[in-house]
Design a binder for this molecule. Sequence first.
Ligand code: GLN
Length: 550
Amino acid sequence: MNKYIFVSGGVCSSLGKGVAASSLGALLEGRGLNVRMVKCDPYLNVDAGTMSPYQHGEVYVTDDGAETDLDLGNYARFTTGPLSRANSVTTGQVYDAVIRKEREGRYLGRTVQVIPHITDEIKNRILAVTREDPDNDVVIVEIGGTVGDIESIPFLEAARQMIHECGRSNAISVHLTLIPEVAGSELKTKPTQHSVKAMQEMGIQPDILICRAPAMLEEATRKKIALFCNVDPEAVFTSYNIATTIYEIPLVFFNQKLDQVILKKMGVESRHANLKAWKSMMEKFHAMEGSVRIGIVGKYMELHDAYKSVYEALFHAGLECGVKVELVKIDSTPLEDGAADAGKILGKEGRAVDGILVPGGFGQRGINGMVKAASWARGNKVPYFGICLGMQIMVIEWGRNVLRWEDADSTEFNQDTKHPVVSLLEEQENVVNYGGTMRLGHSGTTAEPNTKIMAAYGEKQIFERHRHRYEFSNNYRKEMTESGLKLTAFTPGGALVECVEWPDHPWGLGVQFHPEFKSKPTAAAPLFRDFIAAVRDRHSEASNPGKAKK
Ligand code: GLN
């Protein structure tokens, strides 16, 4: 069975196309189908690796080390199929491939054009996902951008051709639009009608409409949309604003029978739906009691998407630990000021944060503020979780405050330091290109016995993803350990340090890898779970001495 579902968006951006596509994936998996997700991004960057987190949000890293759009993170949180380089297609990659072939003379002298050469390359990349994975039943292809954008035209044309070539029961179009409410009066369907018209001009008649609306659309509105947009009334769905969590959306769609309608359109016989995992996740959501405040100390604070997977993983951990996680976003730059009182900044709004997380990052700005936050957490025995840069910060802080090397630093921030406690591996020293040249993707880590990292994973062998250039410097292993810092996990064979832990501290741990990428609402990442559990226990111990939850 090779079926394709093309998910496009209209009217405006930020309607939650990624979440809608992922929720659809979750529903079809619930029906026992093998689902693969593909994102088509109309930008000219070859991948998201070189894009600023401010402009584009986080870079999501796959097992095979692709630096992709953050939508792949949504796919990973909602669905279970493998994700790799092949699941992310950008205009940059497509043109790069076509131009290379042209230079190699592989077009045999023909004129190379957007149609058919660019569109063929797009189709080939989508088809490759199924070719390399014969167990696959359905590929959900999310087309980035909004219909009407110049940039997305080749992708929509490729979708049109695939729908034509595969036949309507094998390839369908799901279109997401907005139903706005004008000045508190009624809901307006006209933008949706225009958006569907734009799809029809591209030669695609949407089979399914998902309408983003403030509340569930009434029957009469659905009928009107169906009539003017040429779709079945039963194929008009509402993605209404929900007060709970985006992870309820699969159930919201399920209650409207979205999966049944899609199976019918694709000629797949109806099968039992199993959404147990999503239902029990929602039960956990409603059972959460109280809250803990986590200070995220980083430098890309204005844009929520910049640390998307980290925030999601904290939420998942809260679900598992039975507490709401309040995110307190703390810009590390003001903390850098020598006169800034860490206790005051971290205790914003009169209540100190219950835990500190320093996420990944690049560049010098804000680093000293992060070091100050780490020192505050270590001294006050506040749980601390360092991810990638956040682990390097722990090492720098230890060097400066315990070993008393004032200039201890990473060579990323200070090339001339006499104490480069974090530095480049030799093989990275001569790298000049920025794109795709870091230590990237899935690799193994071995945890030492009787450590917090081992307790979290419950086993020695850990597999997580990396995205960094700098490393704990092995020249300092001896002094660091002799002064008490615990090195608790290594690359297999022991060549590189992967985890450090503070001694005599409730939970202070940093890892060189990124556990946030593998966290799911239905299965929190072990380190996030244990971090939040430590925070919760310390918090309830403080407000209710002697009665910490087990
Ligand atoms: N800038 C650091 C490095 O390159 C950390 C990277 C990260 O946090 N992802 O090693």
